[in-house]
Design a protein around this ligand. Structure first.
Ligand SMILES: Cc1cc2nc3c(=O)[nH]c(=O)nc-3n(C[C@H](O)[C@H](O)[C@H](O)COP(=O)(O)OP(=O)(O)OC[C@H]3O[C@@H](n4cnc5c(N)ncnc54)[C@H](O)[C@@H]3O)c2cc1C
Ligand code: SF4
Length: 415
């Protein structure tokens, strides 16, 4: 996707010229970060590319990352008024052009607070980093704690390189790190430092720990060697870690219909799978993956078995096949997704060498531990966000604002 987004100068000017600069722009209303979309496009139109970049970074400190990974077809572009007459303005591609061609920009100085209170931020993903940055820029002392050995969170290990270059992500995280009091990698809160300690040492906690492990498949044979969770599989694939079975030369079945399933199917193909087949129990219409992701998977040769549900994983010591059953869809209530009902008696066995389960991630256990504490704030996926990078960035910033309001109210109450 990233490579498709590059525009030449002429193409960018042409595209920008098509923007109607709408009043109360609906594209902007559907941007979680609230970027002044007509404003930045207008600057491109007038040749002020640096100015356009500044407009973007003013609202979103991960503008380059978001230019690469934002599901624009589901957000800003979906709402563009020009859809009513032809097609939307390619907002995502214009954003990519501005961040690449805008050169270095300076960030406006902020009025610094003299409030000495300290904040601990847990998780160096987009939510944690954006919240930490907002607080630090306002003059607060911010310490960031991250379980992994680097910043970036899920975009670092989960999003494939062809969609997001690690160089772009690193450039943005480095800029943020410069402003923080301390950045502590390899520090898992709840293990290396207990939550009670943080609650005692800090005036507020911003919890941006993302989601937990992948949900497991509860069918016979699920524990057999050759079955792996998509989150673990992608992490190993994208970071070069060992420890998960290789898809090379195998028929790989990916169970699930979300974005993670599409990414895992593409990664399996990239790693040399003989066939990479997504098994989903509903139809195209209900598939939760973004359209662009489904298109990319189809274009890359990923196959699909729709209205098919897993019944049992078959094998002696390791995976040899999967028993599956076709489903029919029964709509029980208008507006609700139809329920897949197995067509009993039509089970079949399909040979496979690797099964990847992409059934969604569970809640991070830290969230439950820190519930209902006055000085604890949540953002990003940990707060049940929309599971996009831009939503996490916006959520981190909003939570930072709430912490500052909380401090002001405490001050007024003389706490
Ligand atoms: C495979 C995959 C592909 C995706 N592709 C896209 C995409 O193309 N576009 C898009 O917009 N979104 C995508 N998403 C969703 C997006 O990555 C997330 O919504 C976003 O990263 C959430 O940000 P976050 O900061 O809340 O959490 P994360 O990015 O998950 O960051 C959480 C951080 O907290 C750390 N942490 C966890 N527990 C602890 C602890 N106890 N102590 C200290 N640190 C801890 C983790 O190590 C991690 O670094 C994808 C997600 C996945 C899984
Ligand atoms: S809705 Fe479309 S045409 Fe209107 S301001 Fe936004 S991008 Fe431009």
């Amino acid at each position: 996707m990233a490579e498709e987004k590059k525009l030449s100068k002429e193409a960018a000017l042409f595209e920008a010229a098509g923007c109607l600069k709408c009043h109360q722009a609906p594209c902007q209303e559907n941007c979680p970060a609230g970027i002044d979309i007509p404003g930045f496009i207008f600057k491109i139109k007038t040749g002020d590319i640096k100015g356009a970049k500044r407009v973007l970074y003013d609202k979103n400190i991960f503008s380059a990352t978001c230019a690469a990974v934002c599901p624009v077809e589901e957000l800003c572009q979906e709402n563009c008024n020009k859809n009513q007459v032809s097609r939307s303005v390619f907002i995502g591609q214009l954003q990519g052009y501005a961040v690449e061609e805008g050169g270095d920009i300076d960030y406006p100085e902020e009025e610094l607070t003299d409030d000495p209170r300290k904040i601990a931020v847990i998780g160096a993903g987009p939510a944690g980093m954006s919240g930490a940055y907002r607080l630090a820029r306002a003059g607060h002392r911010v310490d960031l704690f991250e379980a992994g050995d680097r910043p970036g969170g899920t975009p670092y290990w989960g999003i494939p390189e062809w969609r997001l270059s690690r160089e772009i992500l690193e450039k943005e995280t480095k800029e943020i790190e410069k402003h923080l009091n301390s950045v502590n990698f390899n520090t898992r809160i709840g293990v290396d430092i207990q939550v009670e300690e943080l609650l005692k040492d800090y005036d507020a906690l911003l919890v941006c720990c993302g989601l937990g492990d992948g949900a497991s498949l509860r069918i016979k044979g699920a524990e057999l060697e050759g079955t792996v969770d998509a989150v673990k599989f992608l992490k190993a694939h994208n970071t070069g870690e060992n420890g998960v079975p290789s898809p090379e030369g195998k028929v790989v079945l990916i169970i699930g219909g979300g974005n993670t399933a599409m990414d895992a199917a593409l990664a399996a193909k990239e790693a040399g799978a003989e066939r990479s087949i997504v098994v989903y129990r509903r139809s195209w219409e209900e598939m939760p993956a973004w359209k662009a992701e489904i298109r990319k998977a189809i274009d890359s040769g990923v196959e699909f078995m729709l209205q098919t549900a897993p019944v049992e994983i078959v094998g002696r010591d390791k995976v040899e096949a999967m028993k599956m059953v076709p489903t029919r869809l029964v709509r029980e209530k208008e507006g609700r997704r139809p329920r897949p009902v197995p067509l009993e008696g039509s089970e079949f066995v399909f040979p496979a060498g690797l099964i990847i389960t992409a059934l969604g991630q569970m809640e991070n256990p830290l969230v439950e531990k820190l519930q209902d504490q006055e000085q604890v704030f949540f953002a990003g996926d940990a707060a049940g966000g929309d599971a996009t990078v831009v939503q996490a960035v916006a959520g981190g910033k909003e939570a930072a604002e709430k912490i500052m309001v909380f401090f002001r109210e405490q001050k007024e109450r003389g706490v």
